[in-house]
Design a protein around this ligand. Structure first.
Ligand code: RB5
Length: 149
């Protein structure tokens, strides 16, 4: 499975940890930056990961900033993205099972490395349940097509 990953400066170190973890598990990782701890703007990296998931370059995405909030909001602006900010394994499991989330968002200033890796593993190993949830995900897609008056 190809995973696209991106962060701002606050998430840089956790991004590197996750990248190594995923590569050691045999995943192909596409690193969309940032590539140092120099201060940058998280929307740029949220957008980049989001676009790589909807255009098929990667199957799933992981975005990281200080809280995970700004970068998840940014990723969710791209049509077709369902980015879920998760702070524990249960949220990651349900984001996949019920919401078919295609991007995981993490807060590097909120989580320890071990917990973050465990959340990543859960997110990548859980399938969408479909069934009644399919209809709800389709309703989310419909919102994206609606026009604001
Ligand atoms: C950067 O200081 C911080 O604002 C950013 O990483 C993120 O937490 C925003 O939501």
């Amino acid at each position: 499975m190809k995973i696209s990953i991106g962060s701002d400066h606050a998430g840089f170190e956790l991004k590197e940890e996750i990248k190594n973890f995923l590569q050691s598990k045999g995943f192909e990782v596409i690193d969309k930056g940032t590539y140092s701890k120099e201060r940058v703007d998280y929307p740029i990296f949220g957008e980049s990961v989001a676009k790589s998931v909807v255009n098929g370059e990667a199957e799933r995405g992981i975005v990281i900033c200080g809280t995970g909030i700004g970068i998840s909001i940014s990723a969710n602006k791209v049509r077709g993205v369902r980015a879920a900010l998760c702070t524990n394994e249960y949220m990651a499991k349900m984001a996949r099972k019920h919401n078919d989330a295609n991007i995981l968002s993490l807060g590097a200033r909120v989580l320890g490395v071990d917990l973050a890796l465990s959340i990543v593993e859960t997110f990548l190993n859980t399938d969408f349940e479909g069934g009644r949830h399919e209809h709800r995900v389709k309703l989310i897609d419909k919102i994206e097509l609606s026009v604001c008056q």
